[in-house]
Write a protein that binds this ligand. Structure first.
Ligand SMILES: Cc1cc2nc3c(=O)[nH]c(=O)nc-3n(C[C@H](O)[C@H](O)[C@H](O)COP(=O)(O)O)c2cc1C
Length: 174
């Protein structure tokens, strides 16, 4: 039974949907380029990345949707020549941050202050905490901190893909 049919059945519980999606999910080894994802599905998947939880809410990564085929060809080499890099409908590269500029931290705190109505004292203390935290870590330590959080976001993405029955492969390249 397709997961969509399960979800649409009035007798289905959220628990059952989660169990079925987890049992259905698998790492795809061969994608069919003739069956692209729909734009709405891609948007829903990317939204899980945007909304994923991170320490301080800082989202210490960038994710890049690579559509350009020559660039995919270039990246293919760094993924052990695995064809999923060339054939997948949605190809996302995660870049974990290794440093935070002052302006970036300020912009982040300003946005939070605006959205959450911080007073000036609270805003300044948040900024000081972020400065202190990021300043005490080396570039390497920040990379590991950021990379772990990238994996959390990837996990969210994979679960969402399983719920939509659009499958995934994770590939690791340094
Ligand atoms: C960190 C990580 C790296 C992975 N790298 C690859 C990869 O390079 N190529 C690939 O085909 N699958 C990759 N996988 C998928 C695993 O091979 C797959 O999840 C595992 O064999 C279990 O199979 P399943 O996910 O289909 O249940 C990776 C998974 C993880 C978590």
């Amino acid at each position: 039974m397709k997961l969509t049919e399960t979800i649409n059945s009035p007798a289905t519980t959220a628990r059952q949907v989660i169990i079925d999606a987890a049992n259905w999910r698998y790492a795809t080894k061969k994608f069919d380029p003739a069956k692209p994802l729909e734009k709405d599905d891609i948007d829903a998947l990317l939204n899980t990345l945007r909304m994923s939880p991170t320490a301080f809410g800082l989202q210490p990564f960038h994710f890049f949707v690579i559509k350009n085929q020559p660039l995919r060809q270039e990246l293919f080499k760094y993924a052990n020549n695995q064809r999923q890099v060339l054939d997948s409908s949605l190809f996302i590269v995660f870049a974990a941050k290794t440093r935070f500029e002052d302006d970036e931290l300020k912009a982040f705190v300003n946005l939070n202050a605006e959205l959450r109505n911080y007073d000036t004292g609270h805003k300044n203390s948040k900024l000081a905490k972020l400065h202190a935290f990021t300043a005490k870590l080396s570039g390497d330590e920040l990379f590991h901190w950021s990379a772990k959080q990238s994996y959390l976001a990837m996990g969210e993405l994979i679960s969402a893909a399983a719920l939509m029955q659009s499958n995934h492969t994770l590939q690791w390249a340094n």
